[in-house]
Structure formats: structure tokens, C-alpha cells
Design a binder for this molecule. Sequence first.
Ligand SMILES: C[S@@+](CC[C@H](N)C(=O)[O-])C[C@H]1O[C@@H](n2cnc3c(N)ncnc32)[C@H](O)[C@@H]1O
Length: 210
Amino acid sequence: MSIEQAYNNWASQYDTNKNRTRDLEGKALRATLASIPFETCLEIGAGTGKNTEWLMRKAMLVTAVDLSEEMLKRARKKVNSNKVEFIQADITKDWDFKTQEYDLVSFSLVLEHIENLEHIFKEAAAALKPGGHVYIGELHPFKQYTGTKARFDTEEGRQEVECYTHHISDFSQAAKQCGFKLVDVNEYFDDNNRNDIPRILTLLFQKSST
Ligand SMILES: C[S@@+](CC[C@H](N)C(=O)[O-])C[C@H]1O[C@@H](n2cnc3c(N)ncnc32)[C@H](O)[C@@H]1O
């Protein structure tokens, strides 16, 4: 099943199923970006809008992009503001959905579905103003090494969504090649238990200001 079809199927239960990864990433995004100022945000893989409302409250404008029309349908219902525009698009193609240069490009739980990180960082660099930030909140690769991946249950059985494992160095090297510097890295644990394997990895990169 394609990734687009999988999320179209998952959409009706995405917000209501027990999902520690979804919930912990929401906390991680808020903690990471609380002190970062931005007026314009390009939210990649917005899904059902879990983070869109929070981003919208900080920003003047949010362009929220996703591959799945069914996920976006739910986001449009949840977020009713003329500060947000929702766009259906595939980020593995050219990013012709940009409407301007942004202060922030955010990725929450989407890059595990993308094989080629170089293309993504190249497009993110082109989408950002000088000095702009890239936020990444992902299922931690350590979790992926143990077999955890995006999945949901249906009447026909468990559906797994196509995923790629990116090591921490894969993110940092791809970002470096596109002129970003790493300004923050953090790990989030279930129940804050730091003896456990971390569930969420966050990375914050900044584009050079010249
Ligand atoms: C696990 S959901 C995360 C949604 C939301 N960001 C959150 O944290 O709850 C992953 C999202 O990435 C989107 N996605 C996957 N591949 C994509 C692609 N190639 N282009 C755009 N969006 C994509 C899916 O449609 C899905 O909505």
C-alpha cells in the first residue's frame, strides 16, 4: 500500500488511537520552539493538524503541507483561521507549494517516510530566509532499531506504513551539506525515564544569516 493510501486509511483514527509517539512529539515541538521567534512557518507533513494550531498562535502565517487529503480534511476542520493555508503535495517532488520565504520549516514525524534526505534539506534551505530554522521531531532511530514503526490496526489486521531509518548522522550530514548548522539536539523518553530507550529525537538547524 502506498504511503498516501495508508494515511488516507489511518486518518479517521489518527487522533483518537493511543499513540505515544504522536503525543510526545507534540510536547517536544512545543519545548524546542517555545523560545524561537518566527512569523512565517512552512509545516511539512502537517497531518491532522496536531501542531498546526500551536504554530499558528506564534506565527502570522502557516503553510501546512501534507500528502494525504484525508489527513488534511481533519486538519481543516480542526484549524479554522485565515492565517493557515493547507496544501496537498508530495515533498519528494519539487516544492512548488511555497508561497514565500519562511522563518521556520518544521517536520514532525514525516521524515521517516522519506528516503532521500538531501532533496529535503536542499528544498528546505531554498524555502527559508537567511537565519531561518529547521525543526525536526522524529521517532528516535534507537526505537527504529528495535522494530518500532508507524502502524495502525484495521479490521483487516495491522497495517505498517513504509518507513526508512535515518541515523542521527544522516540528518546532520545532509543538513551540513546544505549549509545548515546544528543549534539544538534533544531526546524525549516515555514517562521521562532516561534509563529507557528514547522515543523522540529533536534537531534544530539554522540557515546561515549571510
Ligand atoms: C505520522 S504522520 C505525522 C502528522 C503530524 N505531523 C503529527 O505529528 O501528528 C506523517 C504525515 O506525513 C505525511 N507524509 C508522508 N509522506 C509524505 C510526503 N512524501 N509528502 C508530504 N507529506 C507526507 C503523511 O501523509 C502523514 O500525514
